[in-house]
Design a protein around this ligand. Structure first.
Ligand SMILES: NC(=O)c1ccc[n+]([C@@H]2O[C@H](COP(=O)([O-])OP(=O)(O)OC[C@H]3O[C@@H](n4cnc5c(N)ncnc54)[C@H](OP(=O)(O)O)[C@@H]3O)[C@@H](O)[C@H]2O)c1
Length: 214
């Protein structure tokens, strides 16, 4: 299968590209290869490559979204719409990653959020990611929205990786203790994405992929 990955230098995009490369014809495009907010470039590249499946892994992260809400809207909502429109035009499927920040906060004292819960984002990152979900759903009938949470894995420093390294080196670990979250190992996230797109197992639409606390 021909697969296009955008934001391919990031945590999810990088791991996805490596996993898919052995079995598929993968175009893994980094930010410098394709800026998803450039509508003409998106149209041209999707029309030239003609992928059957697009994974959009490009994102503007939380802090930058607060500092620059216009850029957040552009990268997290408008860019995904351009990609979804281009995918739709050639009959391709698109996977758009989204986030636990679609919701108002940690579900303390209640069950974890489900797809029945209405999004209630409280920051620029969450608002623009929810807008991106909507834009992709509207622009491409063959779309999957995959919400995940606290993704970790090699190639990007995260709290979990730093703690692991510190403990191994016998260093004292410093941690915040007023926040909790479901964490998601990047390879597990990719396993589920591959399963979903391969077997069309879950109907197209939105999915929550993360590890629920046991
Ligand atoms: N990591 C998590 O904990 C987590 C949790 C929940 C959901 N997610 C979702 O998972 C997806 C992937 O996240 P990630 O953790 O892999 O992000 P990441 O490591 O920050 O990678 C994002 C990539 O997007 C690129 N990018 C930024 N603006 C772009 C643009 N305009 N056009 C093309 N590429 C652009 C960045 O390149 P530059 O750095 O060069 O700008 C970067 O390589 C996102 O949709 C995110 O919302 C992640």
């Amino acid at each position: 299968m021909k697969v296009l990955i955008t934001g391919a230098a990031g945590l999810v995009g990088n791991h996805l590209a490596r996993r898919l490369a052995s079995a598929h014809d993968v175009a893994a495009l980094t930010h410098s290869d394709l800026d998803i907010t450039d509508r003409d470039a998106v149209r041209r590249i999707v029309a030239d490559l003609r992928p059957e499946l697009v994974y959009n892994c490009a994102v503007l992260q939380v802090d930058e979204c607060e500092q620059n809400p216009n850029k957040a809207e552009s990268v997290n909502a408008t860019g995904p719409r351009y990609l979804a429109e281009a995918a739709h035009r050639i009959g391709a499927e698109i996977v758009q990653f989204s986030t636990q920040y679609a919701f108002a906060g940690e579900p303390i004292g209640r069950d974890p959020y489900t797809l029945k819960d209405e999004p209630q984002p409280v920051n620029a990152y969450g608002r623009t990611k929810v807008a991106g979900e909507r834009a992709v759903r509207e622009a491409c009938a063959r779309s999957y929205i995959v919400r995940t949470s606290w993704v970790y894995g090699s190639s990007k420093n995260s709290f979990l990786c730093v703690v692991h390294d510190d403990l191994k080196a016998g260093r004292k670990v410093r941690a915040i203790d007023d926040i909790w979250s479901s964490t998601t190992y990047v390879e597990d996230l990719i396993d589920r994405c591959l399963e979903i797109t391969r077997r069309k197992r879950c109907q197209r639409g939105s999915l929550h992929l993360l590890r629920i606390r046991s």
